[in-house]
Design a protein around this ligand. Structure first.
Ligand SMILES: [Fe+2]
Ligand SMILES: [Fe+2]
Length: 246
């Protein structure tokens, strides 16, 4: 396995590792995002077992000592499994997450005390501005949230829009159809009644770039893509056949 680096928006880097053994033959990518600024932030730590790969990739962009913030979408191995490895390697870094995630998991799990982010709280990274948005149970996890980088209008949307394969680093094509196909296959979302409206509310940000954790980075009408994804979840929740979990 190798970790490839691409700049997907001004000063935002995608560190991508393709794992062909997951859902073969298409495989799945695992992407971390480094947001540069006076206080660099990484979104997702990556799996603990991928830490050497991701550390090597990050060190090709900045020295890991410079990392100031480590954030993620929800408590899960690919999201934050390597958190303590990063905290040991980056002495200035502080984990940051929403209130539920800090109180339920990070207060115990993280080797350094986390910074608790309120819903819609903005952190000025110096050159970049990160907004944390609570999205409980969307797509899964009580503590779930996303990050929006305001200066580049980039939504770091975690597992939303998950798709198989490794065809593109960037795309301006359809990201909704492949996301629906991956949901049909993995059944990874909580499918709570509020899921559609939570995703639809993110469309008000009108992001220019959607940074997918598992898939390419989408550039284009992010609001339309979010609305279409929300519509599909609403339809799924009202269709017993599509709700079947087996
Ligand atoms: Fe997840
Ligand atoms: Fe994920």
């Amino acid at each position: 396995m190798e970790t490839k680096i691409s700049e997907i928006a001004d000063g935002i880097y995608r560190l991508s590792t393709y794992v062909p053994d997951i859902a073969p033959p298409a495989g799945l990518t695992f992407n971390q995002f480094l947001v540069l600024g006076d206080e660099p932030l990484m979104f997702h730590t990556g799996l603990r077992k991928m830490f050497p790969l991701n550390l090597d990739a990050l060190n090709r962009i900045i020295d890991a000592d410079r990392l100031r913030w480590i954030a993620f979408g929800h408590f899960e191995a690919d999201e934050c499994g390597a958190m303590n490895e990063w905290l040991a390697r980056a002495p200035q870094a502080t984990p940051a997450h929403g209130q539920i995630g800090c109180r339920v998991s990070l207060d115990d799990f993280a080797d350094r005390a986390p910074r608790v982010l309120a819903d819609n709280e903005v952190v000025d990274l110096g050159g970049k501005r990160i907004r944390f948005i609570d999205t409980p149970h969307t797509p899964h996890g009580w503590d779930a949230g996303v990050l929006y980088e305001e200066t580049t209008r980039t939504l770091l949307c975690g597992d939303l829009f998950t798709q198989l394969g490794n065809e593109h680093v960037m795309t301006d094509g359809d990201v909704v159809g492949p996301a629906i196909a991956a949901e049909d296959l993995f059944k990874y979302s909580s499918l709570s009644p509020g899921m559609g409206s939570t995703i639809r509310s993110l469309s008000r940000l009108a992001p220019r770039t959607l940074a997918l954790m598992h898939g390419p980075a989408f550039t284009g009408d992010g609001a339309a893509a979010l609305q279409a994804l929300a519509d599909d979840y609403d339809r799924r929740l009202s269709d017993p056949a599509r709700l079947a979990l087996v």
